[in-house]
Design a protein around this ligand. Structure first.
Ligand SMILES: Nc1nc2c(c(=O)[nH]1)N[C@H]1C(S)=C(S)[C@@H](COP(=O)(O)O)O[C@H]1N2
Ligand SMILES: [Mo]
Length: 415
């Protein structure tokens, strides 16, 4: 009779043992770095980074996709700060995650792999399941985030909804992980960095060891985190912009009129139209009153209205921010041409660009009424380049860059 499958399996196993093809056991990893006192300490830093990243991500999502509930136009650098922090804490969690996984991974070889689903087994199942979900979600968030700041849309899904949804999965798994591990975390954080091991051949004298290696590893992990942060943070924190050699975009570098460009005029399908001749003759700003009445404003007429100067940043969700001097007409003055200037109104902004998610945006009433919210025609002392939104674009304080609409030709005052 031919050998049955279990028989063959046993033979394969025996072969594997002889060839040393067995997976290793946790105790075979002898470096003192693989210890909960190290894992818990790095975990504390990683938890802080992920927590900051999650909370600033919620703020960003509110500002960009949930109509900015509760958002105000001040401080003008608010979004720049929280989005800079979001991208920086996300980047900082990369070396921390690698260090934590390195310190902890020998434990993944603990046997048996699947404990019984009894009272003792259940927390183990929960713990390992939550680690799988947690590591998967963190890896997903970091890799999609890094792809996004590089404007590398390789994934076939919309970045914003999926990155947002997985953030909740990540935080849920993190809370389960912390809850299950709390006793070990407490013990490890309060305990000494040294292990007490019996000296060889002498059971009575114990020696303390491992502390130096562990401290060295922690300093290395934190140092790498600090270094990566220092070499990228300049993309939103201008004083360090010269150091931002790892940042995908260094504002000031490869910039036009002092500000980088995301969507070009050609990319928006407008390249051939945006000439001075066309703007003077053909372009009109259409103002629409809540009742539907319209008024058409030519470029010369717009330039004849009171002009104001404001210094405000473009703060892109992709993590770069830079200030510029803008000049143009207050949106509230344009609104005042159509309705009683004392009333605050939401204003819908439309771009000449068709079919992009950013062709139509809405300025909440507090932003439309703010004196620094302008329909700009100039940037850093020059007429807007076509790529910066010629002949007119919105610039408002404390708003994500995606909502600073370029190539504007229509403002609709909502009731
Ligand atoms: N119509 C339109 N406006 C737009 C965009 C766009 O794609 N279409 N991109 C936005 C994004 S994502 C940013 S960060 C800013 C960048 O402005 P800048 O190119 O002048 O620096 O413009 C915003 N305005
Ligand atoms: Mo952006």
């Amino acid at each position: 009779m031919a050998s049955s499958p279990p028989h063959r399996l046993a033979r394969l196993q025996a072969l594997a043992v002889r060839a040393h093809l067995q997976p290793p056991r946790p105790e075979e990893f002898t470096s003192p770095v693989h210890d909960t006192v190290v894992v818990a300490r790095i975990g504390r830093w990683l938890g802080i980074a992920i927590g900051i990243c999650f909370l600033t991500g919620l703020l960003s999502h509110n500002a960009q996709s949930l109509a900015g509930v509760g958002l105000r136009p001040w401080p003008s650098w608010g979004y720049r700060f929280t989005q800079g922090l979001h991208v920086a804490s996300g980047i900082a969690s990369i070396p921390l995650l690698l260090a934590k996984v390195f310190a902890a991974y020998p434990r993944l070889f603990t046997r048996p792999v699947l404990p019984r689903p009894n009272r003792e087994g259940l927390p183990v199942i929960l713990e390992r399941g939550s680690i799988a979900v947690l590591v998967g979600a963190v890896f997903f968030e970091i890799s999609t985030g890094v792809a996004n700041i590089n404007q590398w849309y390789v994934f076939g899904f919309g970045f914003v909804p999926v990155h947002y949804a997985l953030a909740w999965v990540m935080v849920g798994a993190l809370l389960v992980h912390i809850a299950v591990k709390l006793p070990i975390i407490r013990r490890s954080l309060s305990g000494s960095m040294n292990s007490v091991v019996p000296a060889a051949g002498d059971r009575l004298t114990a020696v303390e060891s491992g502390g130096r290696d562990r401290r060295g590893f922690l300093v290395g992990a934190l140092g790498a985190t600090g270094l990566v942060t220092m070499l990228t943070i300049g993309q939103s924190f201008t004083p360090l912009s010269k150091l931002a050699v790892l940042a995908p975009r260094r504002p000031g570098e490869a910039a036009l009129q002092g500000v980088p460009i995301n969507k070009t005029a050609a990319g928006a399908g407008l390249a051939d139209r945006l000439t001075p001749g066309w703007a003077a003759e053909q372009w009109r700003l259409t103002l629409v009153a809540p009742g539907g009445g319209e008024r058409s404003v030519a470029l010369a007429e717009l330039n004849g209205l009171e002009q104001v100067s404001v210094r405000l940043p473009i703060s892109c969700v992709e993590g770069w921010s830079i200030n510029a001097d803008w000049r143009g007409v207050r949106v509230r003055d344009l609104v005042g041409l159509m309705v009683d200037a004392d009333d605050d109104h939401e204003v819908r902004v439309r771009s000449l660009e068709q079919g992009s998610p950013w062709s139509i945006t809405t300025l909440p009433a507090a932003f439309a009424a703010h004196p620094d919210t302008i329909l700009a025609t100039m940037i850093n002392g020059e007429i807007l380049a076509p790529d910066h939104g010629y002949p007119a674009r919105i610039i408002a304080p404390n708003r994500p860059g995606v909502l600073q609409t370029k190539w504007v030709d229509r403002l609709e005052i909502l009731p």
